[in-house]
Design a protein around this ligand. Sequence first.
Ligand code: G3P
Ligand code: CA
Length: 268
Amino acid sequence: EYDDDSLLSPNRFLNIAHRGASGYAPEHTLVAYQTGEEMSADYIEIDLQLTKDGSLIAMHDGDISRTTDHEGSVKDMILEEIKVLDAGTWFNEENPDMAQPVFNQIEIPTLDEIFETFGTDSNYYIETKTPEQYPDMVKELVSTLEKHGLIGDDVPEGKVIIQSFSKDSLLEVAKLAPSLPLVQLISYKGKARISDKELRELQEYAVGVGVNYSTLQKDYVEKVRNAGLLLHPYTVNEKEDMERLIEWGVTGMFTNYPDRLNEVLEEM
Ligand code: G3P
Ligand code: CA
């Protein structure tokens, strides 16, 4: 269905910089995304949260305490309160070997700022986080993409991929912006299994699935690939795991170390 030069071609392998190159810089900051781009990752991965006053920001947790110097929930804060937070000092403290003075006092970026910075040259793999908590998230996402020329007939296929654990959220995206490719995230407990019925349901709205890698086995990978779906395991940081998954036939992966993944791909 897809040309070989399409980002969505099953013959292309996608290197997705998870929260940016978050092994090397504080996750979800412009410098983490920039580092991913410098390491030739194919995608900047972005998790979205929505502030009380309706701004989309890049953050994994709904609570600010793990990655900033304060406590609270994003949904109870306005953007002005978010912008003064220090989103980098925690990284320096936890990763002394990777610490850099420039990471101190680093800001949390809005989605708007990310697109202003990286423009239409970069590719974005965007997750709607806890969308049931944020009724306006998808509407806001689609309008931000439109504002930056990232939706439309002249946008290369796959330049923006939307991912979510919530099928409802993906279906809302499909309704508002039918051209955007969708990836259903799944978190398995124990061994990953998928029925033919589930695969048929996925084929109706998604181009692929994103699965926690440690639950995967070869037969699952083959089943998903035979159904014509892409398969992007998360979050794969060790070379031996990368090698095994590539041999099984996954079509890309999320990693905190995009340089490591490119080394593995070159060696294979
Ligand atoms: O989006 C793929 C992967 O990032 C899902 O896990 O918790 O890191 O967002 P999480
Ligand atoms: Ca994510």
